[in-house]
Design a protein around this ligand. Sequence first.
Ligand code: ATP
Length: 517
Amino acid sequence: MGNCCRKNCSCLSCVLPCVFKEEKRSGSNSFNGIVIQNPVITTQLDGPQVPPRFVNQGEQQRNSYVALYSYEGRTPDELSFKAGDQMLIIDTTHASWWKAKLLRTRGKAEGYVPFNYVAPVSSIESMPWFFKDIKRSEAERLLVRPGNTTGSFLIRESESQKGEYSLSVFDGIAVKHYRLRKLDDGGFYITSKSKFVSMNELVEYYGKREEGLCCKLLKPCITTGIPLPPDLCYHTADHWEINRNSLKFLKKLGQGQFGEVWEGLWNNTIPVAIKTLKTGTMNPQDFLREAQFMKNLRHPKLIQLQAVCTLEEPVYIITELMRHGSLLSYLQNDNGTSIHIPNQVDMAAQVASGMAYLETQSFIHRDLAARNVLVGENGVYKVADFGLARVFKGEDVYEAKNDTKLPLKWTAPEAIRYNRFTIKSDVWAFGILIFEIVTYGKMPYPGLTGRQALDKLENGYRIPKPFNCPHDLYKIMLECWNAKPEERPTFETLQWKLEDYFETDPSSYLEANNFER
Ligand code: ATP
């Protein structure tokens, strides 16, 4: 899953995941003009606090990093730098903002940098073709996107074989996958005929000749955009109660039961989403307690809480802005025009991935539904509003007379009856979310009130298979709706089932001579 599952963890495998790489810059084997020569590949893929391992043990070299993207410092404490700039990391005490010294003289030379904008010089992470822990299905989705051509490729960590790597190449028609085998001395090969001391050397070699691959490795997979820094700025990492005057409200994006959501700017520059909470809907102290925990939940498939304004009402919650709004309206607007089963399975898999992370953190969402999943650029889906239900939604919400707007239809029977909210009641809601996805945002149990649906469910009734829903997907929905919570699958299981949904033959990797195993 690509995260180390520690609470509050911000190690690379947790926080520099596929979504960031997805937005990684394009380039050639040289990176923004810097040709990485004589690379000494480090395979340090874990926590950023641990300095990378280099064969040359010089202190300077050990802490030499390269900027993956350009960054404009947002406060006087921070450094501005350009992609390709080299720097020494001099202090990693803070998990997500590292103190760095730029190896150039112009401008400010020392300050904090967002850790996910830099990588050790010559490390695999600094290579434009390395996409770390993206899945095979995501590699396929990225490589067929416009802008990639025959010979576009990426290298990723293997899903099935931990510590191994896979090469995915677009041959102009389809994406082909090859396993990179590791040599005992740290080298790599695809076919035992040609062995390499480093992955970089392997990439250079196959850039010049096919030698059994479907085509030469011509161009790293292109991506767009740059990742979000881990916080609004270095300062808000620890002081995330911000001055409400630093927010500018630009456009109302939507209205929920508990307030409005606005597109806005922080410090006149940084786009954010601002959720304004109706006065009296919650106790700011309760919210702050919950928000403290939520702020530390970091995953590429979860909406990042960035800051709050709680000193006076209305309370504001500041999160990352998602350009395409809620999944519910996204599905309803499309209504089958361009979204089909492969995209729908991918949406469900991405949500399961975010939920699997919450599962590892023993965190219960309590209000999982398509309205609480947000859609970003390039087919990215993220879970929002996790934990808020506990702060806002008291018993009265569930008991309210007009339940058409209420989450009864998403809530597991044991949660309604006995207030037993667990990760397994989230799994139940996930089954309903899959229903929403395959029906392009239809209301579950049409014609029934939530109470009527509950009565029927307790007599064994389940939503029938929507007409366009593949049998295997419906089977997953039914598993989520098992009457016994403990027999419902975990999100981890749901994630791999959905990610491997189209993977009929797990050994469908090619050998370099195109001979399918
Ligand atoms: P509920 O009140 O039951 O939670 P809801 O989830 O629709 O309902 P909100 O969370 O207040 O209510 O969101 C209202 C709308 O605002 C969403 O449907 C979505 O279109 C938009 N929205 C919310 N958060 C963001 C965000 N981070 N980026 C972009 N749009 C957002």
